[in-house]
Ligand binder design. Structure first.
Ligand SMILES: Nc1nc2c(ncn2[C@@H]2O[C@H](COP(=O)(O)OP(=O)(O)O)[C@@H](O)[C@H]2O)c(=O)[nH]1
Ligand SMILES: [Mg+2]
Length: 176
């Protein structure tokens, strides 16, 4: 089980996690839900943001994760190549109601090419909204990229327990 704890507890293990995907898919809201457990309506991310998430793990103890939130809009692309350096894990985020955001995933997969596939997770947001895109179609994309995928709602919190467990498993693959 993953439990968010106060950021004041000293942590020996530090990780850099990249959160990438098109503008408006819900990256910043997803990060806020992971860190606070709440749905917080966010403004557009200008450039990038970093949120700190501290998790306590029964086996490894405390893990501190710097979640790099990449601004999705095109005007922020020019510096993102250098920002990705040192990231050992990635959440590749799309909007489960938007084909466009799924098609754009390819671009983001290029940016995180250096990260091993097993340390990436494809995350579809807005599961609370009725989507015309069926899960088989999403599965087909996930298979094409060769990475695991999960659908969540940052609004209701649906599947966040699974998301956090998967993230924790990924972090354990990395030497923090
Ligand atoms: N209904 C619903 N809205 C969401 C969800 N995630 C994000 N949003 C909304 O989508 C919009 C864009 O979210 P934001 O986190 O700023 O996207 P970003 O550009 O990828 O960081 C905001 O109005 C959010 O409130 C979700 O799971 N369900
Ligand atoms: Mg944002």
């Amino acid at each position: 089980m993953v439990t968010s704890i106060a950021n004041t507890i000293p942590c020996k293990k530090l990780y850099k996690l990249a959160v990438v995907g098109a503008g408006g898919v819900g990256k910043t809201t997803l990060i806020a839900r992971i860190v606070t457990g709440q749905f917080i309506d966010k403004k557009m991310t200008v450039g990038f943001d970093v949120e700190s998430w501290t998790v306590e793990d029964d086996e490894t103890g405390c893990m501190k994760v710097a979640m790099f939130d990449f601004g999705g809009q095109k005007q922020f692309r020019f510096f993102q190549g250098s920002l990705i350096i040192g990231a050992k894990a990635a959440l590749v985020v799309f909007d489960s109601c938007s084909y466009r955001s799924i098609i754009q995933l390819k671009e983001w997969m290029g940016l995180i090419d250096a990260i091993p596939d097993r340390q990436k997770l494809l995350v579809g947001t807005k599961l609370d909204i009725n989507s015309e895109i069926n899960h088989e179609e999403i599965q087909a994309y996930a298979d094409e990229f060769g990475i695991e995928y999960i659908l969540v709602s940052s609004k209701t919190g649906e599947n966040f327990d699974i998301l956090q467990e998967k993230l924790q498993t990924i972090l354990k693959l990395i030497d923090g």
